[in-house]
Write a protein that binds this ligand. Structure first.
Ligand SMILES: Cc1ncc(COP(=O)(O)O)c(C=O)c1O
Length: 434
């Protein structure tokens, strides 16, 4: 009954969105441009975003904890960054030539992440992972790669496997046996399995998210990452940190600084674009040099490129964003607020006797309705997903936006009253669910 009341509330507030969705369904498969953006009964349609808020076509305002797939750590359209972008627009949006800004952003990244000496830019995290795997294979001369259950690295064929249960079911059509045959999958946060295999199998690279995002906001255990680092070094395998979510969020130097574990190749996205499309891969000169055809001829050269790579709009916004995050002050503050928020959410549900595990790290958080401690994506899917959908619909219907079943992220523009509103609505939901 309560679920129906929440649904009615959402539907009664979003009639214009419903009309748009009816139109969208006819022209966009599933009515959206990325299926995770779909929600039941239909998504609301955003017309404006500023700071911590989204406004939809019906004039409803939402406090946004999704923040553009966690990319917008400074909130929507931060004025200082937007001014710089406007000035850049007047000077051109896309040169298709070399330009100084790409050097500046690369230097800024190298200054912030100690393991980085050289950088290449892409337009998405997916592309960056794809080229990172290619580079690792080129550098090591090996074909096999490994990833972890629940790890999401974008839609690149060789990594689009075992993302969610049932883990053995292909994540998509069109993934050929050939594309997947060199990919091995290991349980996350379990060093024994992968170490054992590495005694006999030689991998070019192992890719890991230091905090699994799509997998349910599950942090890697520090000891797991440390031991993984050691095992990779011992076996001549490159350790790729997919820091598309954790980069420039956990610490100025990303998860590798936060956990004190360096990677060989770092994959970035989201925050580094300052709100514009981006990806990047980076690492030491010795490895990155293989992307230079003047140093290595085919087939020893590892190709990367793309029409919009390092476009000056993204570079302008990215540089300004990184400079704001560089001294760690804003990130430390966000980390403290994230820790408190996870505790407050846990306390609220506990007080109402609702079984919940609040997971996350730094300024990332997620809520799983289960009594069992959640350590991996299988645990995430054993929790009550129906209740999670109801919770997120309750929040959205009451002006607090989470993408259904997805991780929440804090940004610097979230106010204390934004957080208080989330806690109040979590409590209202918990009281109904007692
Ligand atoms: C950890 C991680 N890696 C890679 C990707 C893919 O990035 P993109 O969506 O920019 O292709 C994502 C996207 O959410 C991600 O969370």
């Amino acid at each position: 009954m309560e679920g129906t009341a929440t649904l009615d509330r959402y539907v009664s507030k979003t009639s214009r969105s419903r009309q748009l969705y009816e139109k969208a369904e006819r022209i966009l498969p599933s009515g959206v441009s990325y299926f995770i953006r779909y929600m039941e009964p239909y998504p609301f349609y955003t017309v404006k975003a500023k700071g911590s808020k989204l406004v939809d076509v019906d004039g409803n305002e939402y406090i946004d904890f999704w923040l553009g797939h966690t990319a917008l750590i400074l909130g929507h359209s931060p004025p200082g960054i937007m001014e710089k972008v406007k000035r850049q627009i007047a000077n051109g949006t896309h040169y298709g030539t070399a330009h100084e800004l790409e050097i500046s952003v690369a230097e800024q990244i190298a200054k912030m992440i100690p393991s980085v000496e050289m950088v290449r830019f892409t337009n998405s995290g997916t592309e960056a992972n794809m080229y990172a795997i290619r580079l690792a294979r080129t550098y090591t001369g090996r074909d096999k790669i490994a990833k972890f259950e629940g790890g999401w690295h974008g839609g690149y064929d060789a990594l689009d496997v075992a993302v969610k249960p049932p883990l053995a079911t292909p994540e998509s059509g069109g993934l050929t046996a050939g594309a997947l045959k060199d990919t091995s999958v290991f349980p996350f946060n379990n060093i024994e399995e992968i170490s054992k295999t590495m005694k006999s199998e030689k991998f070019a690279a192992i890719v890991v998210e230091p905090v699994q995002g799509g997998g349910g906001c599950i942090p890697a255990e520090r000891a797991f990452l440390r031991e993984l680092r050691e095992t990779c070094t011992e076996n001549g395998t490159l350790l790729i940190f997919d820091e598309v979510i954790t980069g420039f969020r956990l610490a100025p130097g990303g998860a590798q600084q936060y956990y004190g574990v360096p990677s060989d190749i770092t994959v970035m996205g989201k925050i580094v674009g300052g709100g514009f499309p981006v990806g990047a891969l980076a690492g030491p000169r010795e490895i990155m040099g293989y992307m230079n055809p003047m140093l290595y001829e085919r087939p020893k050269f590892s190709f990367h490129g793309g029409t919009f790579c390092a476009n000056p709009i993204t570079m302008t916004a990215g540089l300004a964003t990184l400079k704001l995050l560089e001294d760690g002050r804003l990130l430390n503050e966000l980390n403290k607020r994230g820790k408190k928020l996870r505790q407050d959410l846990s306390d609220i549900f506990e007080k109402q006797d609702v079984d919940v595990q609040v997971t996350g790290e730094s300024s990332l958080f997620h809520t799983h309705f289960t009594r069992e401690k959640v350590r991996d994506v299988c645990g995430v899917f054993r929790a009550d997903r129906g209740k999670l959908l109801e919770y997120h619909l309750h929040l959205v219907a009451n002006g607090v936006f989470f993408l259904p079943t997805r991780t929440g992220a804090l940004g610097t523009t979230h106010t204390e009253s934004d957080l208080a509103k989330l806690l109040t609505e979590a409590e209202n939901f918990a009281k109904k669910k007692q």
